[in-house]
Write a protein that binds this ligand. Sequence first.
Ligand code: AMP
Length: 328
Amino acid sequence: METIYSATKPTGKLTLGNYLGAMKNWKEMQKDNSCIFAVADLHSLTIDIDKKTLTDNIYKQFATFLAMGLDHEKSIIYCQSHVKEHAELAWIMNCNTNFGEASRMTQFKDHKAKDKVVSVGLFAYPMLMAGDILLYNATVVPVGVDQMQHIEICRDIATRFNSKYGDTFILPKGVVPKVGAKIMGLVDPTRKMAKSENNENNVIYIEDDDQTIRRKFKRAVTDSLARIKYCDEQPGVSNLLVIYSRINGISIAEAEKHFEGKNYNDLKSEVAECVIKEIGPVRDKMNELLKDKKYLEELMRIGAERASVIARKTLRKVYKRVGLVGIY
Ligand code: AMP
């Protein structure tokens, strides 16, 4: 049995990329493992985000976790800011990370190149994330490929800490799906499908209605080669094949075979329909759950209490290891 930790940031609306890259596996994983799923709300403050949007996103992400079938009695489902140990361990992580290694994080460098203002929080994001994982002694962290570098730095920090202060942290393993570890945009398949995207047509959101999903797939970029093959020259077609195979749990080769003799319109409409079948019920249930915020808050409170028990224990051990005096 593994201890699984995974989270999403409420910086925007959840995308099909989040779902296929990380979340789709969660429901299956919770059957035989000890799972902790978080809405990583503190991470959202690393960028400039409107407060009402942030609040809405937090409720929506929490509701989506429940709507997709996560069991709040079996797994721990909570919001990061409700467990104060995250911010505390992040400080210890910051103090055990070299400036140089943190500067090498590509997500930070990308933001720095693009954004006008870059916060110290954004720079420190990987250390907050390392603490998130290490607080719960996670052995496995399901992520998309974009987060692998952050898992690596988490392992590096934990290794360094263990050798300096004695065995404290378990080294987590980042796990990416064989297919779907990086879902690309629909109109620009050279870019990752991202929450922060400006062009809405590039992204499928979990909350999109059926007609919107159909319309977006209709506009998806293919090419002029008129064949349905997974290859570098056809990033758009390849991305659609990835989505189809990930949703249907089949290999790319099987997906190619399925579309043999069919045209791009068939491909787009079949992919759209399988996406609707997969995420439509999640969206409907999420909307239903959002009508009762008090219920969501009650589940957030229960999740936070359960998470805190584990987090407190780890933090006390860490404080003791580094030489702080406990007065518990
Ligand atoms: P985020 O909240 O956007 O940082 O991401 C939550 C999870 O979704 C992380 O494990 C990411 O690696 C994953 N993810 C985000 N975008 C994509 C994408 N386009 N394809 C695959 N996985 C993704």
